[in-house]
Design a protein around this ligand. Sequence first.
Ligand code: NAP
Ligand code: GLV
Length: 319
Amino acid sequence: MLCVVRVVSTSQLPIDLVGQVTAALPGTIVEVPPVGHVGLAGVDLRDADALVCLLLDKIDAKLLASAPKLRVVANCAVGVDNIDLAAAAAAGVTVTNTPDVLTEATAELAFTLMLAAARRLGEGERLVRSGAWTGWALDQLLGVQLHGKTAGIIGFGRIGQAFARRALGFGMRVIYAGPHEVSAEGTERVSIDEVFARADAVSLHCPLTPETRHVVNAARLATMKPTAIVVNTARGDCVDEPALIDALTAGRLAGAGLDVFVGEPKIDPRLLSCPRLVLAPHIGSATTEARTSMAQLCADAVIAVLSGRRPPNVVTRTA
Ligand code: NAP
Ligand code: GLV
């Protein structure tokens, strides 16, 4: 019996997955939705050999059991908290992600949020657009200067270090917390609690794990300077959102910038009216360059596994 190889993608991609896979592996059937993201409900995995998915797609043991031929899940994201890695390993499914190619884009967005929160850009933009701005005033929208201050980084991996390079370039000191000492000039490794107590801006760049869930919580926020800023481009659950809302509302924190949310795309309505908060719709890696390269890494991974080769970027633990 002829055994047909099938590749399915839950999303349209900015590369020609069909062309690339069929050129490398003639006869392979490749299914890509014509537009947007159809999700796991929109694809037939029963006899699929390879899956390209987004961070929105939850890959758990039940899903894997419904796809008995699956050999590779290529996650078009670096974070893999949407995938049960143990279940994938037990099912013999290779999981890949898309590191490095989105590092600079995500660090740029985190830095953008830090600057926007420090200089109250969201409030300023809303003021100008409202037509209520009456002109320059000596005490208008005073923010905090970052030059000479301390950036605190939780998770000193690829994106955390890229954020640090930018902070150093802005004349900031850099302290970081992470499982390992990293030799990077001008930086100092401290405990997580020390980052919150000492930093003028804390930026999260850790994966979402049981240890990093609510790494920003009421107790740590209470130790921060009232002039400090919190930035989260990691994952929504890394922040206890009600605790952050309380701190901002009470004026115990100068500002925050969030790109990721608990239960996104639903947003706690209190975040929408929370003072001193800059919001972005999970666009850390949203540059044409990064997204195209991410999709290409997924295509490379699928082709490698289906050709019997080990792909780059195999994930064996939460990235
Ligand atoms: P990475 O290179 O693996 O860096 C993560 C760092 O966090 C590693 O150094 C890791 O240390 C450290 N870490 C792990 N557990 C920790 C803990 N409990 N406390 C402190 N640090 C801890 O990953 P990356 O490429 O920089 O990406 C980081 C995360 O950013 C991703 O997992 C994803 O959730 C998020 N992200 C978001 C966007 C967006 O669009 N907003 C885009 C890209 C990535 P070890 O290596 O020693 O474990
Ligand atoms: C985006 O959030 C990613 O993990 O790539």
